[in-house]
Design a protein around this ligand. Structure first.
Ligand SMILES: NC(=O)c1ccc[n+]([C@@H]2O[C@H](COP(=O)([O-])OP(=O)(O)OC[C@H]3O[C@@H](n4cnc5c(N)ncnc54)[C@H](OP(=O)(O)O)[C@@H]3O)[C@@H](O)[C@H]2O)c1
Length: 262
């Protein structure tokens, strides 16, 4: 694939930018971006988004950073259309060369064995946030940003759990697996969109801690604790690896690459 050059004027949307991996994507990108670029941060926590914005300010290169409090638990194409329209009306789109969307927001769902996953509301909420909102936002991003950005890139933050069975993680893994095939189909249909599925490895965030504390099986808790002691990554380690892979462009659109792949 063509390598992604972040030093061109860009408009970049990041979901789940209020903490964890999403916050670090925003900060590390801001170091690389051309100063007329635009970063759009999305999540529910206004405080978290403002903190991310403040940390970007420390890097300060004058890029435009906007944040929009957004709850992905109620996927709605009209809301996302209005959101992107509002962004486009408030920024100078002239000279934009790159449009990018990081599908990063998410949560781990119910961490129980499959036969105990019987709460249909929990299933629906999980899929609303982790799959259906992604499909809606992705569609409108491509339709609205294509006319203003000659190069479009979509990054799906996926997980090894979507490709390998992990006990207690059927809800989470099935959602990630569904997303992966969704984005592989997108890559097939849209030769002019670069699609990248990045699997960040085990990362020291609230999500990882949630599994350690809430997995139904003590064996699962123990194995995640062991990973936390032995091989957990910082958000900066995994995000920089992802950005380097994008800069090298050494993958085919639709590929899935894990932090630990050589
Ligand atoms: N940590 C790991 O080991 C690991 C491994 C593989 C893949 N991943 C993936 O990496 C991505 C980021 O995870 P993380 O570890 O950084 O988790 P995290 O620290 O828990 O952050 C999750 C982010 O998603 C946002 N979010 C959650 N529910 C939302 C909703 N309903 N509406 C809008 N935003 C919502 C949160 O923001 P608000 O709470 O402010 O809304 C937050 O910014 C996820 O897709 C996850 O599956 C993580």
């Amino acid at each position: 694939m063509p390598s992604i050059n972040f030093s061109k004027k860009s408009i970049i949307f990041i979901t789940g930018a209020s903490r964890g991996i999403g916050r670090t994507i925003a900060i590390e990108l801001s170091r690389r971006l051309e100063q007329n670029s635009i970063l759009i941060l999305l999540a529910r926590s206004e405080k978290g988004l403002e903190e991310t914005k403040a940390q970007i300010g420390e890097v300060d290169k004058g890029i435009t950073v906007q944040h929009y409090v957004t709850d992905f638990s109620k996927p709605n194409i009209d809301d996302y259309t209005k959101l992107i329209q509002k962004v486009l009306e408030s920024v100078d789109t002239k000279g934009i060369e790159l449009g990018m969307l990081f599908h990063n927001a998410g949560y781990v769902g119910t961490v129980k064995q499959t036969t105990d996953l019987t709460d249909i509301t929990a299933w629906r909420e999980y899929y609303d946030v982790n799959l259906f909102s992604v499909a809606m936002l992705n569609s409108i991003f491509i339709k609205k940003i294509r006319p203003v950005a000659p190069q479009l890139v979509v990054v799906n933050i996926t997980s090894l759990v979507g490709r390998t069975p992990f006990a207690n993680l059927a809800m989470y893994g099935s959602g990630k697996a569904a997303r992966d095939i969704f984005f592989k189909v997108l890559a097939t249909e849209e030769p002019n969109v670069v699609v990248f599925n990045y699997s960040p490895g085990p990362v020291d965030t609230d999500m990882f801690e949630y599994i350690v504390e809430n997995a139904q099986s003590t064996e699962v808790q123990k194995s995640f604790k062991e990973t936390r002691e032995s091989s957990i990554l910082t958000t900066a380690q995994t995000v920089n690896k992802m950005l380097e892979l994008l800069e090298k462009g050494d993958f085919k659109s639709g590929d899935t690459i894990d932090y630990f792949d050589s």
